[in-house]
Unconditional design. Structure first.
Length: 284
């Protein structure tokens, strides 16, 4: 009895399921390695595509960001973010956040974690922090690899702006960091949606697929001009607001509105996830 008492008195909920342990577990999973490999390979795929297709040129007399892809390593990194932000970067966010709890339920290990005992809020918090950390790492990995590949292929130089002018390398690096931060914040809605679904189902594919599917629906709705000003309340409406940051004189209003919309939806969904999981009958 004395041993049990000593164990109970030494128990601290905050020390259960440390972030380091959860991070190592997630890093060792095959889906993490595969997703990292896909993001690292994408810049090489685009490099080959530009090499085969030749120098991009203006269409209809208008120069776009894609047309400046081969101007410098900074431009190549910006183009990689541009072509990935709408869909490709949604996948790792949905995967890391939607698979994290549902996979434990699917393996029938969730109830054993809670019996350890790991408090439910602590379990969700550890998994959420690690999932968001991996999502951010994925968004950093892509432009870093693209910058290295682009610099090797096209040289180190200023960021050429399609509308005219350029940003020196130091300023370009800072602006690209702002872009990555904004893309991460804009994807919080997908992360929260995937995480909430992950607490509702034992099927990881259902949580991941549901988050990706609803994100696509949001993108489709944003194209419906008949919705008018209602589109301003769609997170997808602001997903490319970061383009205003790579201008000689950046405009922040769109990014501020997009961040506010994304964080608001995310906080509601995260709250629903914690509240629902706290009351859920765990049988798997």
């Amino acid at each position: 009895m004395s041993t049990l008492t000593e164990v109970a008195s030494g128990y601290q909920a905050a020390r259960t399921l440390p972030l380091r342990v959860e991070l190592i577990r997630q890093l060792k999973r095959r889906r993490t390695l595969v997703m990292g490999a896909i993001l690292a390979v994408l810049p090489f795929v685009l490099l080959i595509a530009f090499a085969i297709g030749g120098q991009p040129g203006a269409r209809n007399g208008q120069v776009t960001l894609l047309d400046t892809a081969t101007a410098s390593g900074a431009n190549f990194a910006a183009v990689n973010l541009f072509v990935s932000a709408g869909f490709l970067l949604v996948i790792p966010v949905a995967l890391f956040c939607g698979d994290t709890v549902a996979s434990e339920a699917g393996w029938s290990s969730l109830r054993y974690l809670l019996a350890a005992p790991v408090p439910r809020a602590r379990l969700l918090w550890s998994k959420l922090v690690v999932a968001l950390g991996l999502s951010l790492a994925a968004m950093i990995l892509l432009p870093l690899v693209a910058l290295a590949v682009g610099t090797a292929a096209y040289g180190w130089g200023p960021l050429q702006i399609p509308t005219g002018g350029e940003l020196d390398t130091g300023t370009a690096a800072q602006r690209l960091a702002v872009v990555v931060a904004y893309v991460f914040l804009s994807q919080l809605v997908t992360a929260a949606l995937a995480f909430w679904l992950s607490t509702k189902t034992d099927a990881p594919l259902g949580a991941v697929g549901g988050a990706v599917g609803l994100t696509i629906v949001g993108n489709v709705l944003d194209q419906v001009t008949a919705l008018g000003d209602w589109r301003d309340f769609l997170p997808a409406h602001w997903q490319y607001a970061w383009a205003d940051a790579v201008q000689p004189h950046p405009e922040w209003s769109g990014m501020i509105q997009g961040t506010a919309i994304s964080i608001t939806y995310a906080l509601v969904l995260f709250a629903l996830a914690f509240r629902g999981f706290d009351r859920k009958d765990i049988v798997s």
